[in-house]
Design a protein around this ligand. Structure first.
Ligand code: PLP
Length: 329
């Protein structure tokens, strides 16, 4: 447990004692956000971005049920939080701001450095869901200085079922699970030691391989400029800073489901989001907020490269996408 906590602290850039192990990032987001209910000075407003993960939305609804007013900060057409609109929402009545470090579909990196500065200026607590960014980008713990940060091992090759809520000293903390007093009384329940050990190894490897991960941006950019753009694809968030491994796009005349099925036959797995986004019937929430329009007959697809994805594999993907496009159009 101590070893894993130390490796986690090295990846995050925090003190080992600031890490609270949880069973999931959903739990970590809830622990952080519901703790803001203990915010002093009677602040009763919460700001989240409009594109947060459903677990953050759900925690904000819990705060709303406790009497907090919840405002949603919009994003620009690039998919990043609109900082001017965000600043207009801030005020001395804001208890908590929750803005993710990077989006789970577009991969757009959010301006958490500026957001952290604005939160401190207005005395608001700041939580960031860093689930997608951790292990893919340098940690924002020291430059954005959030009061709370959520991360999950399974997003950087660790086991499922182990995550962490990182809490800065002095930030309010209201334990959600009470009983045996584990994790210093901050999260009771018998420690999942094998999972915690896996978390520690994943953190060590993520830190060691951060540079390798950033190299994926070149492969992703080559795929986009060599294949997607010539085929007339719309690439969402392409003008913003994105996670190095993510490409979220829609190809004219091809639904995401069809493309995913065809690529599967080539041994390539891509993501299409939930079924209700199939066939261009409805836009994912993030694309609605970006005011994106889909090319005729398309729906979005997400390609995620992995730490060990090679140039040859991306070339095979490119060939397969060309082939599918030729067959369908
Ligand atoms: N936050 C983000 C940005 C995510 O992508 C996810 C999972 O995909 C979660 C939170 C929830 O993580 P978990 O499934 O570990 O609860």
């Amino acid at each position: 447990m101590d070893e894993a906590r130390a490796r986690g602290a090295e990846l995050v850039g925090c003190e080992p004692g600031e890490i609270i192990f949880t069973g999931s990032a959903t739990e970590a987001n809830h622990l952080a956000m519901l703790s803001a209910a203990g915010s002093p000075h009677g602040r009763r407003r919460v700001i989240i971005s409009a594109i947060e993960h459903p677990s953050v939305l759900a925690a904000s609804e819990r705060l709303s049920a406790l009497g907090f007013e919840v405002d949603k900060a919009p994003v620009t057409s690039d998919g990043a939080v609109d900082l001017d609109a965000f600043e207009r929402l801030l005020g001395s009545d804001v208890a908590l701001v929750s803005i993710m470090a990077a989006h789970n579909e577009t991969g757009v990196v959010q301006p958490v450095g500026e957001i952290g500065r604005m939160c401190r200026k207005h005395g608001a607590l700041f939580h960031t869901d860093a689930v997608q960014a951790m292990g893919k980008l340098p940690s924002c713990w020291s430059f954005a200085r959030p009061d709370y940060l959520a991360m999950a091992a399974h997003k950087f090759y660790g086991p499922k079922g182990i995550a962490a809520c990182v809490v800065r000293p002095g930030a309010p903390l209201i334990p959600q699970l009470t009983g045996g007093g584990q994790e210093g009384g901050r999260r009771s329940s018998t420690e999942a030691v094998p999972l915690v050990a896996g978390f520690g190894v994943a953190c060590r490897l993520a830190k060691e391989n951060l540079a390798q991960f950033s190299g994926l941006a070149k492969l992703r950019d080559d795929f986009e400029s060599g294949v997607l753009l010539p085929l007339g694809a719309q690439i969402f968030g392409a003008a913003a800073e994105r996670l190095p491994n993510t490409s979220f796009f829609a190809l004219p005349g091809i639904s995401g489901g069809t493309l995913a099925d065809k690529l599967d036959k080539h041994g390539i797995a891509v993501g299409t989001g939930s079924a209700c986004h199939e066939g261009g019937q409805a836009l994912p929430r993030v694309l609605e907020w970006m005011r994106a329009t889909l090319p005729e007959g398309s729906s979005p697809v997400r390609v995620s490269l992995g730490r060990q994805t090679s140039a040859e594999q991306v070339e095979a993907l490119a060939r397969a996408v060309w082939l599918v496009h030729k067959l369908i159009s």
